[in-house]
Write a protein that binds this ligand. Structure first.
Ligand code: SF4
Length: 168
């Protein structure tokens, strides 16, 4: 066994570690993103590729796929969104609990992609707020992981929204 660092020694000896509440909260949140996959088109194949054994997004703590928005805090929109689907996407977003984050997966979700026509929403940020945009048609799983790490960094930095602060 290699040398233990200072923190590991403290933990092994039953010592104390001090930190800030917001940092522990951010650390816990970023490694426990429960996602709701809103898959409408071919980007879904790339999502499945990122989820399966070769890439395995569970390594990043997002293995819990939820199929109810009430149990999800990360909305992953993969594929083309038409104007008919837009109200459904908005309802799913509204039903998610706070705090919540949204990822636009692929060119169609980001900007409508190649479908520059009357039927397709030209980017999901016209309906709901987006935290991370993933370019590509479709994006490679590596691109997805790059975006996921960026989202995790964002989640880590977000402080706790204290209710008592809002009252003032
Ligand atoms: S970005 Fe490309 S791969 Fe993804 S849903 Fe649109 S057309 Fe399909």
């Amino acid at each position: 066994m290699g040398k233990l660092n200072k923190t590991e020694k403290l933990a092994t000896n039953g010592g104390w570690i001090t930190t800030k509440f917001n940092e522990v909260l951010g650390w816990g949140r970023k490694y426990s993103l429960w996602h709701y996959p809103f898959i409408t088109a071919c980007c879904g194949m790339e999502y499945m590729s990122a989820a399966c054994a070769h890439y395995d997004f569970d390594r990043f703590g997002m293995g819990w796929t939820r199929f109810t928005p009430r149990q999800a805090d990360m909305l992953l929109v993969c594929g083309t969104i038409t104007h008919k689907e837009a109200p459904v996407l908005k309802t799913v977003y509204d039903q998610m609990t706070e705090p919540k984050w949204v990822v636009a997966f692929g060119a169609c979700a980001v900007s409508g992609g190649i479908y520059d026509n009357y039927a397709v929403v030209q980017g999901i940020d016209r309906i709901i707020p987006v935290d991370v945009y993933i370019p590509g048609c479709p994006p490679r799983p590596e691109t997805f992981f790059d975006a996921l790490i960026k989202l995790q960094e964002k989640v880590q930095k977000e402080g706790h929204d204290w209710r008592w602060k809002k009252r003032t």
